[in-house]
Ligand binder design. Structure first.
Ligand code: COA
Length: 331
């Protein structure tokens, strides 16, 4: 990473999840599944679901305001808003522009970013460039998704996995600060993109055939292929990032992985030869909230005292695209 006098420090974070809970027993009434199958195959017990008239910009705004309050800044202090999402309210305006309006951050630039479940890692990495290069001082990065809006609740292979939520952080440029984003690593394997799809304008015949109903605005996934990619890409990116920053896995205080499936988290932990109690998990209560999973997990890990000042922490994710990425930071 290019040296700079400036680094990015997380000065505040916030989260929001909708109140409505969809439990495994609720799902048993909707598809041919069981609490036992869902728990043993995924580790998920329940997830949060937004009401019909609540959209990604609404959950993103709530998380943003919580992060702004936590950072003790005002919306006027924000120079850039990045929202990572795959479930925008509309194609245009972007969720980030709607958030900018909602929080009245008049001086901020704003754009959305789509790297699916890796979106928050991409967002932090992009914002870090602006701050270290002294372009901006304060960045608001939000991971927000309402996956329930694009979930096919007749497809037992996917509907048990997903939930809604948002997490946000404020990154601030600080001179020679110990607490900082240390480095990051991003990647993509577009050649494997067909394993996890949500259609847009192009209604590809093959894609339509894959879906069990004619609702084409839903997620289709080859679960076992994505599972393998998830474990391998997390292990690869964490190991490559460790090498880049000159640290060993034992020097990492905590890992906050994307929350998709407890078996994926456990599999990566084992392959990394890492302590399972240092690998954060809240997948049981929220399921996979896509790009919101990592910032929500970060918020909870901080508030539960699992990570604290001075700790070297890795955030690591994978997702549609297919994409992957990791960020190392000192809290
Ligand atoms: N309830 C009951 N049975 C189910 C089920 C459910 N909800 N979902 C699938 N099954 C069945 C399948 O139909 C299959 O039955 P069969 O053998 O009679 O055909 C069997 O369980 C095994 O299916 P399989 O897909 O091989 O299960 P799995 O162990 O791979 O688990 C996932 C499925 C989706 C949980 C798992 O593959 C996964 O988590 N993949 C990654 C998903 C992910 O992370 N996506 C987001 C990326 S950000």
């Amino acid at each position: 990473m290019k040296q700079s006098r400036y680094n990015s420090k997380i000065i505040g974070c916030g989260m929001y999840v909708p109140e409505d809970v969809l439990t495994n027993s609720d799902l048993c009434k909707m598809v041919d599944t069981s609490d036992e199958w869902i728990i043993t195959r995924t580790g998920i017990s329940e997830r949060r679901i937004s009401k019909e008239d609540v959209f990604t910009s609404d959950v993103a705004t709530k998380a943003a305001l919580a992060a702004i309050g936590n950072a003790k800044i005002t919306p006027n202090d924000i120079d850039i808003i990045i929202v990572a999402t795959v479930t925008p309210d509309m194609y245009c305006p972007s969720v980030s522009c709607i958030v900018q309006k909602n929080i009245n951050a008049r001086g901020a630039s704003a754009f959305d970013l789509n790297a699916a479940c890796t979106g928050f890692i991409y967002g932090i990495t992009v914002a870090d460039q602006f701050l270290r290069n002294e372009v901006y001082k304060n960045a608001l990065i939000i991971g927000a998704d309402c996956l329930s809006k694009i979930t096919e609740y007749k497809d037992k292979k996917t509907c048990v996995l997903f939930g809604d939520g948002a997490g946000a952080v404020i990154l601030q440029a600080r001179e020679n600060c110990e607490s900082k984003i240390v480095d990051s690593l991003l990647g993509a394997e577009g050649s494997k993109g067909e394993n996890l799809t949500v259609l847009g304008l192009r209604k590809d015949e093959m894609e339509l055939k894959k879906r069990i109903t004619n609702n084409c605005n839903t997620i289709w996934m080859n679960g076992s292929e994505v599972f393998k990619f998830a474990v391998n890409s997390m292990v690869y990116s964490v190991q490559k990032l460790l090498k880049k920053i000159g640290k060993s896995i034992d020097e990492i205080s905590y890992i906050i992985p994307h929350q998709a499936n407890q078996r994926i988290i456990d599999g990566a932990c084992k392959k990394l030869n890492y302590k399972s109690e240092k690998m954060f998990s809240n997948v049981q209560k929220y399921g996979n909230m896509s790009t919101a999973s990592i910032p929500v997990a970060f918020y909870e890990a901080l508030n539960e005292g699992k990570i604290k000042n001075g700790d070297l922490v890795i955030l690591t994710g994978f997702g549609g695209g297919l994409t992957w990425g990791s960020v190392a930071l000192i809290i």
